[in-house]
Design a protein around this ligand. Structure first.
Ligand code: GDP
Length: 248
């Protein structure tokens, strides 16, 4: 499967072996290095999330955010996109992030930290696009999300979650526009891939990637995940590990 970790392309094991089973020199040697690097990142990513991740802070408003320090990676997406499930799957915890929020309850930015205290925090952002919540409440959550995305120096990356069954909606495009204006790198992650058949999934990914080509701040590649089956989790962990290594 090519391009598992953004910017790195993984090739099948047989591709770098010569007919006698030994490594071929030249270009194939480079491929071997690429594969080794990817395997290392996957393992480092696994370790990063193998420990005990904990809740550290909740902010219902922009005034109550924790001090900016270390490196933050935020997860954003429409309500019900599978954001809490993804954070739980990444950290191997069943209930770190609360799943199936009731629309209308207080929406907060929730910060989690790993056991190594290596300065990496995950930020669970309020879900946006509730159809049934009062308009004023939706407006204040939306303002909170957009303010956070625009003015947070410690925010190194945002993963924008998109339901693989539904693709990009207008509220998602608004968030992408805000991210384009801020200096944060972001990548789209398709969720619930287990619910969509192969060809449909490919079509969804192609459509989202085509839309992203109009957003220069976005990673051109889309990650595909399922919290239920575990698809894409090692690659997402590795991508975060890569970011952490780059910023250290
Ligand atoms: P959030 O509102 O974005 O935090 O979404 P949740 O994580 O609470 O998930 C919303 C619903 O989608 C729940 O019923 C989850 O069980 C379901 N869900 C989340 N991730 C997956 C997935 O990967 N596959 C499937 N089939 N269902 C999922």
């Amino acid at each position: 499967m090519p391009g598992l970790v953004p910017g790195i392309h993984v090739l099948e094991g047989s591709a770098q072996e010569g007919v006698d089973g030994r490594d071929k020199p030249g270009h194939d040697g480079d491929l071997r290095m690429t594969i080794d690097l990817d395997a290392k990142l996957i393992e480092a990513g696994r370790k990063l999330f193998a420990g005990d991740w904990q809740f550290v802070w909740a902010s219902p408003s922009i005034e109550t955010l924790p001090p900016m320090e270390g490196l933050e990676i935020a997860f954003a997406g429409r309500s019900n996109v599978g954001k809490s499930s993804l954070i739980n799957a990444l950290t191997g915890r069943n209930n770190l992030a609360r799943t199936s929020h009731t629309p209308g309850r207080t929406q907060e930015l929730i910060f989690f930290e790993g056991p190594d205290k290596d300065g990496l925090r995950l930020v669970d952002m309020p879900g946006y696009g509730y159809a049934s919540a009062p308009k004023t409440q939706v407006a204040s959550w939306t303002a909170l999300i957009h303010k956070f995305l625009q003015g947070r120096a410690s925010l190194a990356r945002v993963y924008v979650l998109i339901d693989a069954r539904h693709g990009l909606k207008d509220v998602d495009l608004d968030v992408l526009k805000t991210l384009d204006r801020s200096a944060v790198s972001y990548q789209v992650v398709l969720t619930k891939a287990d619910q969509v058949k192969g060809a449909e999934l490919d079509a969804c990914r192609a459509k989202v990637e085509a839309a992203l080509s109009k957003h220069p701040a976005a990673f051109p590649e889309v990650l595909t995940t399922s919290s239920r089956s575990g698809t894409g989790m090692p690659e997402l962990r590795a991508a975060m590990m890569k970011l952490l290594e780059e910023r250290r």
